[in-house]
Design a protein around this ligand. Structure first.
Ligand SMILES: Nc1ncnc2c1ncn2[C@@H]1O[C@H](COP(=O)(O)OP(=O)(O)OP(=O)(O)O)[C@@H](O)[C@H]1O
Length: 370
């Protein structure tokens, strides 16, 4: 847990970088700090690991005042990832990753084994990359090593300052996906600085929108986009905030429609029955069945299995409306099947164009249920 209590930082030249900041990052939560250049994001972050000392106020990490904690001890418990990764150029990737555990007294073999595990975790095959030197890696790969190294001491807290800022948009998106996957596994308490709104929305459980030296709004991305607290925030998140919001509005039970359902091995529905969803023996969506004609054509398909058409458009409950919308467009589908990942991927209902439209409209109006 990280807690800021009335923290102000004034640099010797009189610049007030941060003014009376109070907020909290819960254990296992990821909070993104976003705002224009020079608004105090980096200063905020550097006060946590005492690279910068506040002028007044207190910062607590896991209940302990950082001002009274030895900086060396403090930094061991805090992973720090920055844009210029700062890998040791004359050490291999594996050695770079193993540095901190070695400093903490872990034996060489154990430290290297752990480093290999971490490289795997961030998506780098240790056999392919472990023996390379930093200048033999791409920018994105170097960033991954930076993240692996920051995780090596298994710190409960992770500070990330524009960690993906130096890579192209495609790699950046991949690193973000990797970060989300990693965070779902390791659940660190994360403070993440970015000036990229999309990134802040995507990676933050909550986000802090900075004005100059102050937080203008601190809330979930859906709320910041749906209900900006001040004109400044509304301006910062932009006119297309409603569209951005679709990416953070989840598909919920309440959005779903429940057309008739048949099982794969059931007999064909009676003549005149409408379209139905076809489930396999495990209750997962298998396809859809067109309406049964009033008069079955001679020699036509006689079983559900034979008449079923594929239903490729699929999203999980909790997936975003944006995902659902793009699946509907991609497959030119009348229905998007919604499955429940908490229930082994079983069928939960469908999104029809009408229901999806209604959900999109509510999300865009900012009246979607939270
Ligand atoms: N060592 C310093 N001495 C004086 N002023 C500083 C110092 N470091 C930062 N500042 C000033 O404090 C303010 C906040 O800087 P900070 O680096 O925290 O902003 P930031 O939001 O991280 O910006 P960016 O996105 O450009 O990195 C800026 O006006 C900056 O010029």
């Amino acid at each position: 847990m990280i807690r800021f209590e009335h923290v102000t930082k004034r640099y010797p030249d009189g610049t007030t970088a941060v003014d009376d900041l109070s907020f909290e990052v819960a254990e296992g939560e990821s909070v993104t700090l976003v705002g224009p250049s020079g608004c105090g994001k980096t200063t905020t972050m550097k006060m946590v690991n005492r690279l910068v000392e506040p002028t007044s106020g207190r910062i607590l990490v896991d209940g302990r005042d950082v001002a009274t904690t030895d900086p060396v001890v403090l930094r061991r418990g805090i992973g720090y990832v920055i844009q210029q990764v700062g890998l040791f150029p004359h050490r291999t990737v594996l050695e770079n990753t193993a540095t901190v555990p070695r400093l903490l007294g872990t034996g060489r073999a154990a430290a290297r084994a752990r480093a290999a595990e971490l490289l795997d975790l961030v998506g780098l095959d240790p056999r392919a990359f472990g023996d390379r030197y930093p200048d033999q890696l791409s920018g994105g790969q170097r960033q991954r090593v930076g993240v692996a190294r920051a995780l090596a001491a298994d710190p409960p807290v992770l500070l990330m300052d524009e960690p993906f800022g130096a890579v192209d948009p495609v790699v950046r998106e991949r690193l973000q996906t990797e970060f989300l996957k990693l965070q779902s596994q390791v659940r660190k308490t994360v403070l993440f600085v970015t000036h990229d709104l999309e990134e802040a929305v995507r990676l933050g459980d909550r986000m802090a929108v900075y004005g100059h030296g102050r937080i203008e709004q601190f809330d979930t991305p859906a709320t910041v986009l749906g209900a900006p607290a001040t004109p400044y925030v509304a301006d910062f998140v932009g006119a297309d905030r409603a569209l951005r919001r679709l990416a953070v509005t989840p598909v919920e039970e309440g959005h779903l429609d429940h057309p008739p359902v048949v099982r794969l091995d059931d007999p064909l529905p009676r003549a005149g029955e409408g379209r139905s969803v076809v489930l396999d023996a495990d209750g997962r969506p298998y396809g859809w069945l067109p309406a049964t004609p009033e008069k079955a054509p001679e020699g036509g398909p006689a079983t559900v299995r034979e008449r079923t058409r594929p239903m490729d458009a699929r999203v999980p409950l909790g997936g975003s409306l944006k995902e659902a919308f793009s699946a509907m467009l991609r497959y030119d589908a009348g229905w998007v099947a919604v499955v429940d990942p908490a229930d082994g991927g079983r069928y939960a209902g469908v999104l029809t164009p009408d229901r999806l439209h209604e959900a999109l409209r509510r999300s865009v109006d900012g009246t979607a249920p939270r």
